[in-house]
Design a protein around this ligand. Structure first.
Ligand code: NI
Ligand code: MN
Length: 229
């Protein structure tokens, strides 16, 4: 049983969860942090947090080619259906479902969610994934700080991926508060340095996590994999 999370830069992830290939917000084309070929990405499931272009990314073409099941909120799933994607599973915030790779709960996110063509994308979400092997990983996705993170933390989080870029999401100070609410075993900063408005010193943030909280801060480079312990 294993839960591996490869960071593709920005807020894009390719996971391997107990043998299942799960993409989250596969933003490859136009992502300056990766030179991956989106046509070479394999997937069994694709999770989409919200409608923005840097999250929907290449998901339509990857879903068409791989027939991976798209999991997102009801409105985004409807949009994927309109793009010709048949294998979908709608959920909504606060709701969880047992998928083949584990239990996925959609979490609160304070953000926007309009789709690339202007369609209504419902409310944005994050993901709390509990694998069948019992590892629990929280992806806050694009959000500002909110106190209910404390409740997610009470479920016992092995690893949390938090945005630190500021401007569009939490910045470093609020993300540090999020770490205190979530009390994850490990925390990895994402959604920074992709473009000038979200430039941050992630190494300095990880150092603060290690000095000021009980979590282990982990600094990944784009393309690196974190294996959840
Ligand atoms: Ni966004
Ligand atoms: Mn974003």
């Amino acid at each position: 049983m294993s839960f591996k999370v490869k960071w593709l830069g920005h807020a894009s992830f390719a996971m391997e969860i107990d043998g299942y290939r799960v993409l989250l917000d596969p933003f490859i084309t136009g992502n300056p942090a990766t030179d991956l070929d989106p046509d070479a990405l394999e997937a069994d499931f694709i999770l989409i947090s919200h409608g923005h272009g840097d999250h929907v990314g290449d998901a339509v073409s990857i879903a068409k080619r791989t027939k991976a099941r798209v999991i997102a909120n009801f409105e985004i799933v409807n949009w994927f259906t309109q793009q010709g994607i048949e294998n979908t599973h709608p959920q909504h915030i606060g709701g969880g479902f047992h998928h083949d790779f584990g239990y996925v709960k959609l979490t609160i996110a304070h953000h926007g969610s309009a789709l690339p063509d202007g369609s209504y994308g419902g409310n944005p979400a994050g993901f709390l994934i509990t694998s069948k092997g019992g590892k629990r990983v929280y992806f806050a996705c694009d959000t500002g700080l909110f106190y209910e993170m404390k409740f997610y933390g009470e479920e016992g989080i092995d690893a949390a991926f938090l945005p630190i870029g500021d401007n569009f999401t939490m910045g470093p100070d609020d993300a540090l508060k999020a770490v205190r609410l979530l009390e994850p075993k490990a925390v990895i900063p994402v959604h920074y340095n992709t473009w000038p408005p979200i430039e941050q010193d992630a190494a300095a943030w990880v150092k603060r996590v290690n000095e000021e909280t009980s979590a282990k801060g982990v600094l990944l480079k784009p393309g690196e994999t974190y294996e959840v312990e």
